[in-house]
Design a protein around this ligand. Structure first.
Ligand code: BTN
Length: 269
């Protein structure tokens, strides 16, 4: 499958390494960083056989889906680097919104779809997961190698996931992994610029909250043994989810699986 960068990414100086099939684009990016690669460079494939998901879950991309990782070596702390995941969600949401409008224009009578962002790093269509994002970082001699891995269900979605999943194809958006990647690379160039090594996180946070799933709703977060339950209030200046408990406490959450609405009572079990 041919992959090319979008025009904005090309003129911003991004590079691209495309693979017919690979184990994990995140693993490849980190291995290249250890060997001296400094980026910014994308690693992409439409078939990933040993991909990594959040919380040590696998993320296999059957042929036709998009697995993509952007590598940059930065002079920022790991906590600041973690906020890049919000810029990645915005970049993919922008790309999907553009492709959805174009698909609707090709099929008169059909509506373009709305996507939302689920804390910390998922992109949803309705209540279903369409894409996941995994940030990995490793110290190298001259900074922090930061890899943002983005997996998008283009033609197929898994059936055995904690959150129900869907694909662009199932939603009636007939695009290729290459088309999604070109739009994503342009979206990334834009939102990475706004993020500006963390200096622009206030603006990224504002944009992200505008598209957030479940704000003001009942939420349960599972990360260890005891779930945290309450109402999804906001995200703070570090990107933590702020949960307001029934007792009125505002609890910052740094990681976990999130369940909203009716699913919150199930997720809490
Ligand atoms: C999640 O669990 O929701 C995050 C999934 C992230 C998957 C992507 S696919 C591209 C990149 N390479 C990997 O091995 N993982 C990420």
């Amino acid at each position: 499958m041919p992959f090319t960068l979008g025009p904005r990414a090309t003129s911003a100086g991004y590079r691209l390494a495309a693979f017919d099939q690979i184990g994990s684009t995140n693993a490849e990016a980190l291995s290249r960083a250890r060997a001296g690669e400094r980026g910014p460079i994308w690693f992409v494939t439409s078939e990933q056989t040993a991909g990594r998901g959040r919380r040590h879950r696998p993320w296999i991309a059957p042929r036709g889906n998009l697995a993509s990782s952007i590598l940059e070596v930065l002079s920022v702390s790991p906590a600041v680097a973690a906020t890049l995941g919000f810029a990645a969600g915005l970049a993919l949401e922008a790309a999907l919104a553009k492709l959805s409008v174009e698909a609707a224009l090709r099929s008169p009578g059909s509506d373009d779809l709305k996507f939302s962002l689920k804390w910390p790093n998922d992109v949803l269509a309705g209540r279903q997961k369409l894409a996941g994002i995994l940030l990995e970082a490793e110290a190298v001699s001259d900074g922090l190698a930061v890899v943002v891995g983005i997996g998008t269900n283009v033609v197929a979605a898994p059936t055995d996931t904690p959150t129900p999943a869907t694909s662009l194809k199932a939603l009636g958006i007939d695009v290729s992994a290459g088309e999604v990647f070109a739009a994503l690379s342009d979206g990334w160039a834009g939102f990475r610029g706004i993020w500006d090594n963390g200096r622009g996180f206030a603006e990224i946070r504002r944009l992200w909250l505008d598209r957030a799933a479940g704000l003001g709703q009942a939420v349960a977060i599972r990360s260890g043994t005891e779930p945290i339950e309450g109402m999804f209030d906001t995200i703070d200046e570090q990107g933590c989810m702020i949960v307001r408990t029934a007792a009125g406490r505002r609890v910052p959450v740094t990681a976990g699986d999130v369940y909203f609405g009716n699913a919150a009572s199930v997720g809490a079990r």
